[in-house]
Design a protein around this ligand. Sequence first.
Ligand code: GDP
Ligand code: MN
Length: 395
Amino acid sequence: MEIHEYQAKEILSDFGVPIPRGGLAYSPEQAVYRTHEIGGDAWVVKAQIHSGGRGKAGGIKFCRDDDEIWKAADELLGRRLITNQTGNAGKIIHRLYVEEASDIANEYYIGFVLDRQKERISIVASPEGGVEIEEIARERPDSLIRVTVEPAVGMQPFQAREIAFKLGIDKSLISQAITTLLGCYRAFRDLDATMVEINPLVVTADNHLVALDAKMGFDDNALFRRPNISELRDKSQEDPREMKAADRGLSYVGLEGNIGCIINGAGLAMATMDMIKHAGGEPANFLDIGGGASPERVAKAINLVLGDKNVRAVLVNIFAGINRCDWVAEGIVQAVSKIEMNLPFVVRLSGTNVEEGREILRNSQLPIIMADTLQEAAEKAVAAWQDYEKNQGQG
Ligand code: GDP
Ligand code: MN
């Protein structure tokens, strides 16, 4: 689960990380009111969406008076912001964070991630803050400082000191930098985070260290024991299709193509994706029915996929081990016979009880296109989708 910048800042601040003064606003009036609370003569109005890259997308506005604040807030609120991380759907701005502006002398990057291979928390830092880490890693990989934490002892002050020195932070700010780094680490560990990123961490012209941007992600599987974190969830920032599926105990990945896919298992999803692309199509989504799916569960999955308005053809690809092809077939019949099915519907079943499954589909008399192999299924789905588009075009 992701949270907003202002929420991450509030959390990190409790762990000793210095942040600029700021306040939340849901309206232009509130934004202006915040600047009076904060004081000073320059502020930044920041769109709160679950995405980075807001600056380049116009979601961060620098303002010098009430009028500019009001206009910036009015322009941002309710707008759909498309960044290089959101995809074409973008994210709608419902909240703004208003902060005192900082006069930046130097920008740094610090990130804490879980290194799954090493099974350790690992820290990445760079003296080239402000740009995205992927870009730094691509263009100046040598500038990256990497440190791994030994879980038995936790992050040590000497490790924080070493990072601060390598970043080139001035002596007068080293102790603040150590507090910041150790604070991020403790927040990460104590709250079951999966990532903490401060980009940029800045040294200001008047020689203070502050976290100008902050991002945190949390382990969904640990949220049950972090009620204070789980209540920060903002469903307005999540893909509604994925949310609906999660609420029904199914796992859904929304994509941007036209072929809706029902599969079992992540590996089969990958293989199906490759095969669809190879055949010249693009998946609209993947819905994973998991193992041992009942006919009802399969029917729910189909209804969810059909509810996605980008879907122009459906591909069911099940390789049944724990699953049973006859149950999957029953689910298909349940779902499809209840509606007026006008999209091409391709089914490939394989594995446990496959003959029974095929028999059920044949006997149903439903307009289902059968396939024996994954390749055949993908080709038929793409061809059916192309035909469908052609026919729609003719009116
Ligand atoms: P992001 O684009 O979503 O990562 O949003 P950030 O909060 O990182 O803001 C983008 C960029 O705007 C930062 O990298 C800074 O360079 C700049 N910025 C943000 N706040 C301030 C500020 O208070 N003063 C100045 N001078 N620049 C700022
Ligand atoms: Mn940033």
